[in-house]
Design a binder for this molecule. Sequence first.
Ligand SMILES: [Zn+2]
Length: 271
Amino acid sequence: MAFIAESTFVTRYEKRTWLVVHEKGLVARREEGRLVFPTDEELSAFGVRTEDAHRLGTLDETDALALPATGDVPAPFETMGLRALAGLLAPEMFGAVGRAMHTCDWLSTNRFCGRCGTPTTRSAHERCVECPACKLRVFPRISPAIITLVRKGDLALLASNAAFPGAFYSTLAGFADIGESLEETLVREVHEEVGVNVKNVRYFGSQPWPFPNSLMVGFTAEWDSGEIVIDPKEIADAKWFAADALPAIPPRLSIARRLIDAWVGEVLGRR
Ligand SMILES: [Zn+2]
């Protein structure tokens, strides 16, 4: 499947691909290990209003439409979260589904004006909702967060998150605060979560993370000083790991995994 993102909202094709989002997951069914999206006919069984659809782009000569759903999801369809989707989707479709999830979260949380309470309307020209009374305009919120692999020689600092203790060890991450550069966020977050000071912050790459609305900005950094002292509210455990003795790590398609794989490749490739 090939997805092309577009910012025109006018449908272009006879056929549609419905990316239906229910609460925090995508509505689809499984068929021989792949995802199948609902057809126009099947949609009638869902609690959706097709006039709420929001065009995202072109998917294999169909209009790819995000559509928020409420109510029960009829079998054999199911609501799939991130973990299930990561195992079933090709990377390019993971991006399209992410756009649908982010779009539906934005639409469902901006049905009323945050300033005066009037029901909002959609802009015909921009990805924007507008208040007809006070003219407030609300664009999709994108929340930047840093994610970083901290190195100390050939070792890397990986942590188990307190929210999913024991699930896997990953790179450190945290949201940018008001008034911070991303480099400042990184230094602060690493110090708050594991107590160490870092230097030589270098950009690595970025990834939209629409659960529900982040943009993860990846960096590498080097240990400068300090012993590991975890913040137990955020971190269950943190350790320095060698590249040939890794714990369970995050699934493919995540930038955390890309950071770890790049480090492992560099360290082991050098030997
Ligand atoms: Zn208003």
